[in-house]
Design a protein around this ligand. Structure first.
Ligand SMILES: Nc1ncnc2c1ncn2[C@@H]1O[C@H](COP(=O)(O)OP(=O)(O)OP(=O)(O)O)[C@@H](O)[C@H]1O
Ligand SMILES: [Mg+2]
Length: 181
């Protein structure tokens, strides 16, 4: 994983309502989960880490629910706000949805044993990653949702080669989205 703080690639778009945010998640999900039937280099494994940033109610859980549903989760997708983590078994890999909002100390995620999950080859989506401080490794992709009434401004920033590849694959699928440079 890259250690640079400068993103390798970015995409910005406007989601006028929740359905647009969910549609974005549904387009990204098969790319991340390796279900998009594209040829990839042999060492390009399905799975990866996505950080979701944005104020309370910005749409992080909404995005993640649509992402996981598209990935094949049929059970109820609960917000991990209280349990901190929800786990799902997809056909070929595990998915973890974490929420660090309630952490008051940036080391709490380590004490909670989440480092093992980060080392697994899985799909990991983390809400409020900033609460884990600098100890949390950079994600492949950080998605930031900002209030921009009536909708949300969404910025996707890739911090690894894998994340950059995801964005390259995603971009042509975003024809109906208002993309911004
Ligand atoms: N463009 C949009 N994208 C996503 N959600 C939107 C949008 N416009 C309005 N909403 C509304 O914003 C709310 C998003 O709630 P959600 O629980 O996903 O936020 P969150 O970022 O996970 O908050 P928290 O930090 O509390 O976990 C929902 O009520 C949704 O209907
Ligand atoms: Mg949430």
């Amino acid at each position: 994983m890259s250690t640079t703080r400068e993103p390798l690639a970015t995409l910005q778009l406007y989601a006028a309502d929740e359905a647009v945010t969910q549609h974005l998640a549904e387009l990204l999900s098969p790319i991340v989960c390796g279900k998009d039937a594209l040829q990839r280099p042999e060492n390009f494994k399905a799975g990866g880490h996505i950080h979701l940033e944005g104020d309370l109610g910005a749409g992080k859980t909404s995005f993640t629910r649509a992402f996981l549903r598209k990935a094949g989760v049929t059970e109820r997708i609960k917000s991990p706000s209280y349990a901190l983590i929800e786990s799902y078994n997809l056909s070929s890999l595990n998915a973890y949805h974490l929420d660090f909002y309630r952490f008051s100390d940036s080391r709490e995620w380590l004490d909670a044993g989440f480092r093992d999950i980060l080392q697994e080859n899985a799909v990991v989506l983390i809400e409020w990653p900033e609460k884990a401080g600098k100890l949390l490794p950079l994600a492949d992709l950080t998605i930031k949702l900002d209030y921009c009434e009536p909708g949300r401004q969404i910025q996707l920033a890739a911090y690894s080669k894998k994340g950059k590849e995801w964005l390259t694959t995603l971009k042509p699928l975003l024809r109906e989205f208002p993309l911004q440079d």
